[in-house]
Write a protein that binds this ligand. Structure first.
Ligand SMILES: CC(C)(COP(=O)(O)OP(=O)(O)OC[C@H]1O[C@@H](n2cnc3c(N)ncnc32)[C@H](O)[C@@H]1OP(=O)(O)O)[C@@H](O)C(=O)NCCC(=O)NCCS
Length: 240
């Protein structure tokens, strides 16, 4: 745990504190981690623990960590993504000219989100939302990322970002639909489009994750043939 890679520069800059991240999956790892955290220059620990590692999760609770969310990961074959989406308007690649609108959608859709940042009352919720905005926007600058956007009635209504994990798997990373355009099937259409693109480019599966409490995307994924693959608890721990 003295690994400098565990220091999260992004989180630290965003919240103006020293944040470290780790993924302990056994009791010994938790003990080592907490020793480092108590003696080191740490304000906040963000910890991801497999739900199957119950002993480690209980040890984290005993150490004063609190549950901030539960991430569920779904995986599924691209072979079922054969039809193009039937969506009024269009889905296309995002470009520089879309940046302001894309950021606006991310800001509106991730305000008060289910994730661990918003679940921690000590973290500024506006800064937490801006983290998602920055994440979505940065995909436009990353040649390895795919950014899809949807247009509805001449306005940008939603976005989806994805990345090739390896030759076999594409990971779908961040999606948002503007609140005024939600519940019209836009997310389902964006998801189908990325599945089709992954299949056509030779990927055999997609991987995607969200918070357990976030039901809308899980409905879309199960209907598209994806299955629950694994899950992680997110714990937070504050030194003082
Ligand atoms: C999740 C999100 C992208 C869904 O977008 P959307 O375009 O409204 O989704 P769809 O219209 O395709 O709806 C998919 C299904 O989820 C349902 N749904 C939509 N919003 C829901 C909600 N808040 N609660 C429960 N179900 C919901 C829809 O009714 C639909 O199910 P149905 O066919 O049985 O009616 C959108 O709510 C959003 O931007 N949320 C905030 C950011 C987020 O959660 N991103 C995803 C992270 S993985």
């Amino acid at each position: 745990m003295n690994d400098p890679d565990a220091y999260s520069a992004l989180d630290s800059q965003r919240f103006g504190i020293r944040v470290f991240r780790a993924g302990p999956d056994n009791v010994e790892a938790v003990a080592e981690l907490m020793q480092f955290a108590r003696s080191g220059d740490v304000d906040l620990l963000i910890l991801r623990c497999p739900v199957a590692a119950v002993a480690a999760a209980q040890e984290l609770e005993r150490a004063g960590c609190f549950l901030a969310d539960t991430l569920v990961y779904y995986r599924g074959p691209t072979s079922g993504f054969t039809a193009s989406p039937t969506l009024p308007g269009c889905i296309r690649l995002g470009q520089e000219a879309d940046r302001a609108a894309l950021e606006g959608i991310a800001r509106a859709s991730f305000t008060g989100f289910f994730g661990h940042y918003h679940a921690d009352p000590r973290l500024d919720p506006v800064a937490a939302t801006e983290g998602y905005v920055q994440w979505a926007s940065s995909a436009l600058d990353d040649a390895a990322s795919l950014v899809l956007v949807s247009e509805t009635g001449g306005r940008l209504s939603g976005f989806l970002t994805a990345k090739k994990l390896n030759a076999k798997t594409w990971e779908i990373l961040l999606n948002g639909v503007a609140p005024e355009f939600q519940r019209r099937g836009i997310y389902a259409a964006l998801f189908r489009e990325v599945g089709c693109r992954a299949r056509l480019q030779g990927a055999s599966e997609v991987l995607v994750s969200t918070q357990l409490a976030n039901l809308a995307p899980q409905k879309v994924w199960t209907r598209a043939g994806l299955e629950l693959d694994h899950a992680l608890y997110t714990f937070h721990w504050w030194k003082a």
